[in-house]
Write a protein of this length. Structure first.
Length: 84
């Protein structure tokens, strides 16, 4: 029997897709934030569906995550027309 690699477990639980957009550091950071947001939403919805979280608790957690993502987008100035 082989010993499990902790990195394999992390890759399974928190998969990351590569970024295909225009390379800019802020785009790369926002993409990582967006992927983390999506992963957390998946866990919250599964917990709610499985009866471990109430609908209200799930809503509140998702609302907090959404605000964090919006704040990240604003701080990184994603979507604003920048003069290059």
């Amino acid at each position: 029997m082989t010993h499990p690699n902790p990195q394999d477990k992390n890759n399974f639980l928190y998969p990351r897709s590569r970024y295909y957009g225009k390379f800019q550091p802020e785009n790369l950071v926002f993409n990582a934030n967006l992927q983390e947001f999506a992963q957390k939403i998946t866990y919250i919805s599964c917990l709610q569906t499985g009866g471990k979280l109430s609908s209200q608790e799930a809503y509140e957690q998702i609302r907090v995550l959404w605000k964090q993502l919006k704040h990240s987008k604003k701080e990184l100035a994603i979507g604003l027309n920048k003069e290059v």
